[in-house]
Design a protein around this ligand. Structure first.
Ligand code: HEC
Length: 143
């Protein structure tokens, strides 16, 4: 009898605990997966210009040999956080040509290469590297 109650209590404890753990982990799991997926997509599609650590091209404030702007950092030290998620999404999907008349630069759209989920994953990865104060400032851009 005593043993049965013990087992019951132990099971109850275990199951409550695991429901919590599963619930808790699925949220974290999703976003961690998304960020990890974004990181791989970033490495394959963006790192060649924006740098392996999102640090931007060397001397990114200067112009390249063609007189075009170089790839800025995407790690929160550049200007990217001034854009809302929607603007960033559109820059990545359509390229700057959609926003800048007669655009001659190198930031092309990835709409033919990346799905919408993949674009938002890359964004999630980018933003996962931003310091808290930058994220807070960026939050206002999203209002
Ligand atoms: C061929 C080089 C190249 C590749 C590849 C590239 N970019 Fe860019 N990107 C640039 C350049 C150059 C700029 C700055 C463009 C300008 O101002 O004319 C830029 C600008 C941006 C901006 C705007 C940043 C700001 O501070 O306003 C974002 C966001 C961005 N890129 C994201 C990405 C993402 C995400 C990928 C991969 C899916 C990517 N880029 C791939 C060259 C590249």
């Amino acid at each position: 009898m005593c043993k049965t109650i013990f087992t019951y209590v132990a099971l109850l404890f275990l199951s409550t605990n695991s429901v919590f753990a599963t619930h808790h982990m699925s949220g974290a799991h999703n976003s961690a997966t998304k960020i990890e997926m974004g990181k791989q997509l970033y490495n394959n599609n963006c790192a060649s210009c924006h740098g392996a650590n999102l640090q931007g091209a060397d001397n990114w404030k200067s112009l390249d040999e063609d007189g075009h702007r170089k790839a800025p950092p995407l790690n929160g030290t550049g200007h990217a956080w001034h854009h809302s998620d929607e603007q960033l999404y559109q820059i990545i999907k359509y390229g700057l040509a959609k926003f800048v008349k007669n655009y001659q630069g190198k930031m092309m759209g990835f709409g033919d290469i990346l799905s919408d989920t993949e674009i938002t994953s890359v964004l999630a990865y980018m933003k996962s590297t931003w310091p808290k104060d930058i994220l807070e400032k960026n939050h206002h851009m999203n209002k």
